[in-house]
Design a protein around this ligand. Structure first.
Ligand SMILES: [Zn+2]
Length: 347
């Protein structure tokens, strides 16, 4: 993929090539925008990074581009470069029945990206794998692969590159291991996260990566929704915290007034907050719930630990899945509440 094949984004591209030329490449970056735009941009960026004969132009729209001809360009264009590694969301399929992870699907993912010039989104990827009805995740096994790969020497003596595609799909176990890698990157490593919605990205991760923002006209979650979500979430968590089951039902009624799409977004938002509580506590930094109640804000995050985070994530995943499958919202939310309160007791 070369920059000339990308529609628009000229200012962004010119800024990126001049940073690469100056040798000030950041070790952890995130391309933020719809995958149809973010993936081609990231692939062209990486090809420019490894190109042996970068081309520079005078007076054109693009100040520079990869040559497209050298061995490094050719390997990158076919996604066969030995120092290019990728992790992405996976789920069980008819072939990989259990313990799915990126390593099982490398060939398929390469074919998927090459087939449409990297312009497929997450739904397209699930359709490609034949798992339309499942929720894919980037998991702990993927993290082990990232840590191991980035700890090795580059084959070709240049950059070791790890692409994390749809990074908002990382689970907490993955994020926890990734944080350590982000804190002490080895020289010559480049972590390139691709994400569509930074509202779903953990602040602890976001603050450690340099973000390249692509114009994204259809951002789904507006900030105004988030203030409403935050209020609903804190109200619900306070009921769970105090185990007041009678009041809990009233709070669930309030949550159930959201329409299906909003409810799904709310649950994704809430799951993101839970993961962030876990990571903040693990890292020993405060997690700002912003409930206006200091005692609650300082105590609740400590209830999310390594002993219950996976149970909590699974409960949220099941609730989101149920809402997507048109389950009765109140029942799905009550079920989630009971599972949450049980998990909180097991901290
Ligand atoms: Zn080249």
């Amino acid at each position: 993929m070369q920059f000339k094949d990308i529609v628009g984004q000229r200012d962004t591209i010119n800024r990126l090539t001049s940073v690469i030329d100056s040798g000030r490449v950041s070790h952890a970056q995130m391309v933020l925008g719809g995958m149809a735009a973010a993936t081609p941009l990231a692939l062209a960026y990486l090809q420019y990074l490894v190109c042996e004969h970068r081309q520079h132009y005078e007076g054109g729209e693009l100040r520079a581009d990869s040559c497209g001809e050298c061995p490094s360009c050719k390997k990158m264009a076919s996604l066969m470069h030995p120092d290019l590694h990728m992790v992405f969301p996976t789920a069980a399929t008819s072939r990989v029945k259990e313990k799915p992870w990126s390593g099982e699907f490398r060939g398929e993912f390469r074919d998927f990206l090459l087939q449409n010039g990297g312009r497929g989104n997450l739904d397209d990827w699930y359709a490609f794998l034949g798992i339309e009805n499942k929720q894919g995740l980037i998991r702990e096994m993927d993290a082990d692969d990232v840590v191991e790969t980035l700890g090795l020497k580059a084959y070709e003596g240049g950059w070791r590159i790890m692409v994390i595609w749809m990074a908002e799909k990382m689970n907490a176990a993955f994020a926890n291991k990734l944080l350590k890698t982000l804190e002490e990157p080895l020289p010559g490593t480049l972590l390139m996260l691709l994400a569509e919605d930074d509202e779903k990205m953990l602040p602890t991760i976001k603050s450690r990566v340099q973000t390249i923002r692509i114009q994204n006209p259809e951002s789904k979650v507006k900030n105004s929704d988030n203030a409403e979500f935050a209020g609903l979430l804190v109200g619900w968590l306070r009921m769970l915290f105090k185990l007041k089951m009678k009041e809990l039902s009233g709070q669930v009624d309030k949550m159930a007034t959201l329409n299906r799409e909003q409810l799904k977004q709310f649950l994704q938002y809430a799951m993101g907050v839970m993961r962030d509580c876990f990571l903040s506590t693990a890292a020993g930094v405060p997690c700002a719930l912003g409930s206006g109640d200091e005692k609650f804000d300082s105590q609740f995050p400590k209830m999310i630990t390594v002993n219950n985070i996976e149970t909590i994530e699974a409960a949220f995943d099941d609730a989101i899945f149920a809402i997507e499958r048109n389950a009765y919202a109140k029942i799905a939310l009550m079920e989630l509440s009971f599972r949450m309160s049980k998990a909180l007791k097991k901290r």
